[in-house]
Structures are given as C-alpha cells and as structure tokens.
Design a protein around this ligand. Structure first.
Ligand SMILES: O=C1O[C@H](COP(=O)(O)O)[C@@H](O)[C@H](O)[C@H]1O
Length: 264
C-alpha cells in the first residue's frame, strides 16, 4: 500500500496556524522554483479565517526569506464557488476578500485573484465552463495539459465529509473529464455552485485540509477509519502522502490514525 495522508494535530488554532504558514510557504517556494509563480486553490467555509491567521502574521524576523509570503507571485483560484454575486454573503470570493485579501498590508504586492465570471450566474454549466477556461488560460492549453496541476489546494472538510462542492454519494464524484463542474442540487445551501472535480483535486502537487472543532470529530473518524467513499477520503486515497491534514485535537479526539509531529 502507498504512503498515507499526513495527519498533524495541534492543541488549537493558535498552534496550528504557524505550522500551516510554514507548510504553505514551503509549497510556495517549490512552486516558484518550478515555474516562477505559486498557483493555489482555496475553499470557503471555515478555511479563510484560519488561513488569514496563518498568513497575515508577521514573519518570524525581518528579512527572513524563508518565512515570507510572496503575495505578488500568488495566483489564487477557487476550489469551489457558489453561483451568487461576488459581494453576496454566500460567496467564497467575498469571504476570502473579507478575511484575508482586504487585510493585506497596503504596501504589500497583491496576488492575482481569479473569481468566477458573474455574467454567467444564471447558467451554472456555462459558469463552470468559463471557470475551466480561466484555468486553461493559466495552466496552458488543454491540448497539451491533460489536467491542471495546482501547486497547492487548501481545502475544508464539511461535517458530512464533503470537500470543495463534492458531496457524499453525488454523481459528480464520478466525473472524469471536466476540470470544473456545475452542481445544482448541493445538499448544503446555496444549491447552485461550481467545483473543481476529483481528478483535478487529486492531481495537485499538494493538498492541505484544515479542519477544527469538536463538531468535525464524527466525520473525521469515518474518513480516517473507514473511508466509506466520502469525498475527503477519496482525496486521501488519491493523493496519499501529498495530502496533509491540519487539525486541532478536538476534531480528531478518538480517531484511530497515526498523528505525525509536524515537520517540513
Ligand atoms: O460549502 C462549503 O463547505 C466546505 C466546508 O466548510 P466548513 O465551514 O465546514 O469548513 C468548504 O470547504 C467549501 O469551500 C464550501 O463551499
């Protein structure tokens, strides 16, 4: 059997955040070494707040290259998005903007951010196709690239085991050709969304999940002990050691799965 996903557990978000920061920066440096930019996909939900705590912290010392978030080299995409205007309370873009992008220091270089094209909100298939074209333009032509390769996907895990907008038992889990797919019957509101597909998620160089709080412990037990075809478990199986979970102790209380001490 191949190597398994890494599970890093921390006393709380205050201890998780510095480790997540170090991990993201190491992925950033690997991306910059590979192609001069850092291509990252982010989720909504509880992730942006924790991510902001990790990335908006000052570097551990002045001129510390190894601890610097190079925002000007980042290209940010959305792992999933709801079919709503960009200033809507359900928008993952609006959430990331409020939690993180608007809080970047005024003198910091800014990342290139790729939101959905809101002119297609009434047609989720077109919304997904257009977002796929955004990926095609960034990741080179689809003729030469079978799947986009994100340097890092930063994902959440819903209490039902969903990730991105890939929900347990949904037919979208069987999608094999699209990079981005529409969903019109999301069990979690709002129903209309677009999402990266499972092959794209599993093709990423690195995948990091962030899951905190005792409310996640039931589903974490199921994901790590049984799998049961849950979307998060399918990512674990598809990515193996390229996948790392940053969780707090409350989220994995009683979960039988080896924790690793965090190191890069
Ligand atoms: O609906 C969504 O939920 C998931 C999980 O959210 P969380 O609040 O339980 O962390 C999120 O990752 C996804 O981007 C979002 O659209």
């Amino acid at each position: 059997m191949g190597k398994q996903a890494n599970l890093y557990s921390f006393s709380g978000v205050d201890t998780l955040a510095p480790a997540l920061r170090a991990y993201v920066i190491s992925c950033q440096e690997a991306g910059l070494a590979r192609h001069g930019v850092f291509k990252v996909g982010v989720s909504g939900g509880s992730l942006p707040k924790t991510l902001a705590q990790a990335l908006l912290a000052p570097p551990s010392s002045d001129n510390n290259e190894a601890d610097t978030v190079k925002w000007g080299k980042w290209e940010i995409f959305f792992a999933d998005e709801r079919a709503v205007p960009l200033d809507h309370q359900d928008s993952n873009y609006a959430l990331l903007k409020a939690e993180l992008l608007d809080k970047l220091p005024a003198d910091a270089e800014k990342p290139a951010v790729h939101p959905i094209d809101i002119q297609y909100l009434d047609d989720t298939q077109e919304l997904a196709d257009q977002y796929e074209q955004t990926l095609v333009r960034s990741f080179a032509s689809r003729d030469s690239v079978k799947l986009p390769i994100f340097d890092l996907l930063l994902l959440g895990c819903g209490p039902d085991g969903h990730t991105c907008s890939l929900f347990p038992g949904h037919e979208l889990l069987r999608e094999t050709s699209a990079w981005v797919a529409p969903i019109e019957d999301s069990p979690k509101p709002p129903p209309k969304r677009i999402t990266l597909t499972l092959p794209v998620v599993n093709h990423s160089v690195r995948v990091a999940f962030v899951a905190t709080g005792g409310g996640k412990k039931g589903i974490m037990k199921e994901i790590f002990e049984e799998g049961n075809g849950l979307p998060c478990a399918l990512v674990n199986e598809g990515t193996g050691e390229r996948c790392s979970w940053f969780v707090d102790n409350a989220a994995v209380e009683g979960v039988s799965y080896p924790r690793r001490p965090f190191s890069l």
